[in-house]
Structure formats: structure tokens, C-alpha cells
Design a protein around this ligand. Structure first.
Ligand code: ADP
Ligand code: SF4
Length: 674
């Protein structure tokens, strides 16, 4: 084992937190996973692997404290009945098996609840339209018995958490998803009683709940507060006052910025350690341990924040998803092996698309129990077969990396001069630099292994590919952006005049810069259309972004970037035309239809960038299938098979590499999986 750099020793110091002691400074803070108690074993195994990977405290996602705090249709845990103790105890047990402390986040989401299953009235400080939904439900303004009940629910849930074996029990006041933060904010709380008015009054419910929890479980469990320092009326001064007011109550302060889109900003908009400026003040007020987040993946940044007194404990959700073994890799003196989070929020999109969490960098996420996948341990090669992989994008690189780690001899051939495929090309676009980490991690790993041969500038045809004599050929040749405009709205190729200048994202990534007036037409609805508009604007182009959707980039609602992107377009003075589909592209203008049948629009355009959909590049696969002997093993994976997110390509590469000698891998059991 390599010697750990002594600079990082501080990260492995124990930290006393009330009645418990964390074995090191790494905290996997609460994060949802799209599954929760629909598949308790799957979640327990996912958390267990975090503990195995060295996180000193591993937390659950939100556990509802009562039937009025219903997270549905988003999966969550429950602790409002004694029957809920046994399922959640599995998670604590799994975490304890590796010496970590188990934490649970109790939650009452107040106005953010829909109570669609329990059919109870939503509760809030006042009668208010519910949050997080377009449904016209309003809350009941809580009376004194409701307040007593919320307090009692927190007490009872805390006692159940202790019975389930948890060491740290959180009260939750963040992300606009907490009855406590709703009481704290004047925009929701106009009460005239002792729970409204002054900050002291608005903080009363939170204070009482914390004191109740301390009274009931404080001797054996640490009571933590997860608090968004800027959430109270968007006023950091009140945030500071609240910290001063409650500084001696929680054993652990877990601080962040609100709401969730601000807390989990993507790398396009915020870099590692981005919360420091907002949360740094907390440690100057409290003498209890403070955990902070900021998409930390660099041990140097972590050490710097600890040494400078910004945080005591390094909190992480996304970095722990991308690499559950991050702490262990630092501890073992191999930080260069860390699979760094790229800040894309595909993990978050799982929650908003009601699906099990997935991660661009870590294809084993939420496959730990269902498929028995471990992020670090792989089954050894089942034969001496050799494998030729054609295409060095995320699918080909992941496939090669996993096969080589298993001990297979692999050859990877890439047509371009550099490996990385679409991640390399997209990472050169504004704000997407960190995406390169998907390629870098795998290339670095492959370069360490003598039985992996990497060839660039090697465009293979079927004959050359077959001449390698490999037992298996895996085609991972990717996809190309369409030039004919077919996409989500446009079922047929667009009508284009002979003199019109059409470009695709591939042309832009190849360095073409259109001049004059440019229309970027986006039916893809993700980041590329608006990133390209941003790029063109930055080089002085007069660019307009057109979308048939009602909002810019609908997919980015799932990654919580949509509003930020809309604001960025405004800031850059890029006009955005919504609800207009492309009807025709003429020589010097485009003709747009109103998607609702209203008036169309003509826009001058000397060039049009079509960001619509992609065509799989599967011609090599088809040639190979036609010319190879019938018994030959020829497969296609990733975008050349079915264009997808980068996460989809990585997962496809990973799956193939595991299934090579394990046919059962090809038909995974369904989730939920008990
Ligand atoms: P995916 O997301 O599925 O990994 P990418 O488009 O990112 O797909 O990567 C596909 C890679 O395959 C590209 O880098 C491309 O240059 C390469 N490629 C395409 N055709 C060939 C070929 N015939 N020989 C070698 N490499 C190829
Ligand atoms: Fe990070 Fe993206 Fe993985 Fe989320 S999906 S953990 S943001 S790499």
C-alpha cells in the first residue's frame, strides 16, 4: 500500500459529537435515492458500501415523522410507527458493520407535503398553497394541538431511531422542505401567537423539537441540525441570529445553503467548495462540530477548509455517490484513484423522474443489491478471451476499464487523436470542463495496466477489426447529431432551402463558428442548446435560442438547472423564443410555427444550429455483423446502440464487461427488490 500523505492525516482524526465519536471527518450527508423503503435492502446495501468506503458517518435520506409529512410520490423512509423500526434498523446495522456511525434524518415537510396517500390535511404555519406541486391544495394553519403533535412526532421518531440503532438523529430545517424552515420564514408564517412575529417566536417550534429530542435520546445519540443558513426570508442576517440563538442545543451543526438547487449546484455554475462564503461564519459562533458541503473531491480542499476553521467535518452527498470509496482512497494514499463527481446532477434527476438513483461516474449506484455490483470489487476474468473495443467514448472506456480490472486483455481503438469521445468534446464547451473527469478517470486506470492497449488515431473498418483476432468485438462508436432536424417535435426532416447554412452540435464542437445572425433551434431540451448559445454569444455572435417547449431546456428541470439557465440567457442577453417549432429553413431566415396554432414568426438567420436528436453510428457494427463468421461475438454498446445520457453509455459499458462470462447479468431482476 502507498504511504498516505501526512498532510491528509487530519481528515482521519476522530471527532467527538455529543455522546458519540465519529471515527474520522468524512460525513455522507443525507441524500435521497429514488427508492427508499420501496426496496429497503437495496438502500441498506448502498449505504453499507459507503461505510465500507470509509465515510465515518453515513446518513439515511429523509424519514417521515408522521402521516401528515408525506413525501409521496417521492420515495422516503418512515419512522411514524413502531413497525417502521425493523426495516430502517437494517440500514443502521449495515452501516455499523464497517465501524461508521449511522445517522437518520427525521423530516416533517409541512407545506411541501401533498398527503395524497394519507388524505390528511397538509400542515403549515398558515393556510398556504402547497409547495412543490401545481395542485390547488392549501394547508391547515396549525393550532396548538397540531404544534404539540409535530413535537411529539419528532420525539417519538427520535426514540424509534435510537431503538433502530442510529447514533446521530437529525432535525431537518433546509431546502424549503421542512416545517421548521417554514415557521422560520415570514413569507409562510404570519401568525400572531408565540410561534409567529419575532425570529425568537418563529424559531420556537424548532427549538422545542430539538430540546425534546435532546431530552429523550440525548444521552446516547447525537442530535444534529441540518440548517440552511440563508433560507430565512433569504436573509443571511437572520440566519446568523438563528445560529446564535440555538448554538448550544444541537450536538452537530450540518449547514448548507438553500434551496436544494442552490445546495446542489452543478459544476456548470459552481465549483468545489462553493458554499464556504455563506457558511463559514457558523464556526465562529458555535463550539459544536460543524459539517459543511461543497461537492468536495479534492483532499487538499478538504484539509484547507478544516485547517482554516470553516468546517470540522467534510460533508458530501454527490462525491459519495460518484465514489463511495473516496475516504478510503485518501486513507490508503491513492487519491488519484478517486472517481470524482462531475457535478452533472443526473443523480438528482432520478428523484424527479421517480426512478432509482443513477450516477454518471458510478454505474454501480443502486445496483449494489439488485445485481450484486460493488464499485471497487469485480469478479476475476472467467477466461483468457481477448476483447477488441472500438470507440473510446464513455461506453468504450468504461467497458475496457472494467474488463481490464477483471484481468482480461483488452485493446481499445479510437478514431480521433484523443480518447474521451463525447465527454471530451462536450467538456470543451462553456462550464462543462469537469465532465472530462469521466474520461480521465478511466484513461488513468487503463494506463496503469499492461494488459490494456490503447490506440488513438485508429479508425477501424470491419476487415481491420476482424484481423485483430480478438474473441469478442465490442462496438462503441457513438452517435452523430442529425442534420435534418428530426427530433421530439419534428417527426419529418425539415424543409431546407439550398442556400441555407445548417450546423449541428458536432460542427460546433469541431470548432466551426457561424457568423452573422444565428438561430440555435433546440428540441433536445437539455444543456447543449443553451451551452452552444452561450458559446456563440461569447465570441460575439448575434444568437437567438428557439424552443418549441414552454420553458427553456425541459430536461434541466430534473437537474435543477432550468431556472439558472434561463437567468443565464437573460444575463447574457440571448433572446429566447419559446413555444415555436421550426417549419422551414430558408436562405436567410427561418419560419417558425406557434405550437398552439397561433401566429408564427420569421426570424432572420444566416446560420441555424440544429440541436434536435442523434443518429446512432452503427454502420461498423452492421458491417461486422454481415462479414464476421456467424459464431463471432460482435456487440454494440452505448450511443451507437441507443443514444442516451453519458450515464447511460457508462452503464452500458459496465454491464457488458460484467456480463461477458456471466449470462445471468443480461437479465437483471426488477426493482423494487426486497
Ligand atoms: P458513447 O457515448 O457511446 O461512448 P461517444 O460518441 O462518446 O459514444 O464515443 C464514440 C467514439 O467512437 C468516438 O470518440 C468516435 O471517434 C469513435 N469511433 C467512431 N467510429 C470509429 C471507428 N470506426 N473506429 C474507431 N473509433 C471510432
Ligand atoms: Fe456527481 Fe453526476 Fe454522479 Fe451526481 S450523477 S454524483 S452529479 S457525477
Amino acid at each position: 500500500m502507498t504511504q498516505r500523505d501526512p498532510r491528509y492525516d487530519i481528515l482521519f482524526e476522530e471527532v467527538r459529537i455529543g455522546p458519540v465519536t465519529a471515527p474520522n471527518r468524512f460525513v455522507q450527508v443525507p441524500h435521497c435515492n429514488g427508492v427508499s423503503d420501496l426496496a429497503p435492502e437495496a438502500v441498506a446495501r448502498m449505504r453499507e458500501i459507503k461505510a465500507e468506503g470509509g465515510w465515518g458517518i453515513v446518513s439515511t435520506e429523509i424519514a417521515e415523522v408522521g402521516p401528515e409529512a408525506e413525501f409521496w410520490p417521492f420515495p422516503s423512509l418512515h419512522l411514524w410507527h413502531d413497525d417502521h423500526i425493523a426495516p430502517i434498523a437494517r440500514m443502521a446495522d449495515a452501516i455499523h458493520r464497517h465501524g461508521a456511525l449511522a445517522a437518520v434524518e427525521l423530516g416533517h415537510i409541512g407545506l411541501a407535503a401533498g398527503n395524497r396517500a394519507s388524505r390528511r390535511p397538509v400542515l403549515g404555519p398558515a393556510s398556504h398553497l402547497i409547495l412543490e406541486s401545481v395542485e390547488p391544495f392549501q394547508s391547515r394553519a396549525m393550532d396548538s394541538s397540531d404544534i404539540r403533535r409535530v413535537r411529539e412526532q419528532h420525539r417519538a421518531a427520535a426514540r424509534r431511531a435510537r431503538s433502530a440503532g442510529f447514533d446521530v438523529v437529525y432535525a431537518y430545517a433546509s431546502h424549503g422542505l421542512s416545517i421548521f424552515s417554514q415557521f422560520l420564514q415570514r413569507r409562510f408564517n404570519d401568525r400572531g401567537d408565540e410561534y409567529g412575529g419575532s425570529l425568537e417566536n418563529r424559531a420556537r417550534l424548532l427549538r422545542e423539537a430539538l430540546e425534546d429530542m435532546k431530552e429523550d435520546i440525548g444521552e446516547s445519540c447525537a442530535v444534529a441540525l441540518r440548517f440552511a443558513v440563508n433560507e430565512i426570508d433569504n436573509d443571511p442576517v437572520q440566519g446568523r441570529e438563528l445560529v446564535e440563538m440555538l448554538k448550544d442545543i444541537p450536538d452537530l451543526w450540518d449547514v448548507n445553503i438553500s434551496e436544494w438547487p442552490s445546495d446542489s449546484q452543478t459544476s456548470r455554475f459552481a465549483k468545489e467548495g462553493f458554499q464556504e462564503q455563506d457558511t463559514a461564519f457558523v464556526k465562529s459562533i458555535v463550539d459544536r462540530p460543524v459539517v459543511g458541503v461543497g461537492r468536495f473531491t479534492s483532499p487538499d480542499t478538504m484539509v484547507s477548509q478544516v485547517r482554516r476553521g470553516i468546517i470540522d467535518l467534510v460533508g458530501a452527498a454527490r462525491p459519495s455517490i460518484a465514489d463511495p470509496f473516496l475516504p478510503r482512497k485518501i486513507r490508503e494514499g491513492r487519491p488519484e484513484d478517486i472517481r470524482e463527481c462531475i457535478g452533472c446532477n443526473v443523480c438528482v434527476s432520478g428523484e424527479f423522474s421517480y426512478s432509482p438513483i443513477r450516477c454518471t461516474q458510478n454505474p454501480t449506484m443502486m445496483e449494489e443489491s439488485r445485481r450484486g455490483w460493488h464499485p471497487e470489487n469485480l469478479p476475476p476474468a472467467g477466461s483468457n478471451d481477448t476483447i477488441l473495443i472500438i470507440g473510446g467514448g464513455p461506453a468504450g472506456l468504461e467497458c475496457a476499464h472494467v474488463l481490464a480490472r477483471r484481468g482480461y486483455t483488452v485493446t481499445l481503438a479510437e478514431a480521433r487523436g484523443e480518447l474521451g469521445g463525447r465527454v471530451l468534446r462536450e467538456s470543451a464547451l462553456p462550464g462543462l470542463g469537469e465532465w472530462r473527469r469521466v474520461a480521465d478517470h478511466r484513461i488513468h486506470g487503463l494506463q496503469q495496466m499492461a494488459h490494456a492497449e490503447l490506440y488513438t488515431s485508429s479508425a477501424l473498418d470491419a476487415e481491420t477489426a476482424l484481423s485483430f483476432g480478438a474473441q469478442h468485438i465490442v462496438v462503441a462508436t457513438g452517435a452523430t447529431w442529425r442534420r435534418d432536424g428530426r427530433g421530439r417535435w419534428s417527426a419529418e426532416p425539415l424543409t431546407v432551402s439550398a442556400g441555407a447554412r445548417i450546423l449541428t452540435p458536432d460542427d460546433i464542437m469541431d470548432g466551426m463558428v457561424p457568423n452573422g445572425r444565428v438561430v440555435v433551434y433546440d428540441e433536445d431540451g437539455t444543456y447543449l442548446g443553451n451551452v452552444i448559445a452561450e458559446l456563440l454569444k461569447s465570441v460575439g455572435t448575434d444568437v437567438t435560442l428557439v424552443t418549441p417547449a414552454s420553458e427553456i431546456a425541459p430536461y434541466l428541470a430534473l437537474t435543477m438547472e432550468q431556472e439558472t439557465v434561463a437567468a443565464r440567457m437573460t444575463e447574457l442577453e440571448i433572446p429566447v423564443v419559446r413555444l415555436k417549432s421550426m417549419s422551414r429553413i430558408a436562405d436567410n431566415h427561418v419560419v417558425l410555427d406557434c405550437v398552439h396554432g397561433g401566429e408564427g414568426l420569421d426570424l432572420p438567420a444566416s446560420s441555424v444550429v440544429l440541436v434536435t436528436s442523434r443518429v446512432p453510428d452503427d454502420s461498423l457494427y452492421r458491417d461486422l455483423s454481415a462479414t464476421a463468421p456467424t459464431e463471432a461475438s460482435i456487440s454494440k454498446i452505448g450511443d451507437c446502440d441507443a443514444p442516451h445520457l453519458i450515464a447511460g453509455a457508462v452503464h452500458a459499458g459496465h454491464s457488458w464487461a460484467r456480463a461477458l462470462d456471466s449470462p445471468s447479468e443480461r437479465t437483471p431482476p426488477p426493482l423494487p427488490h426486497p
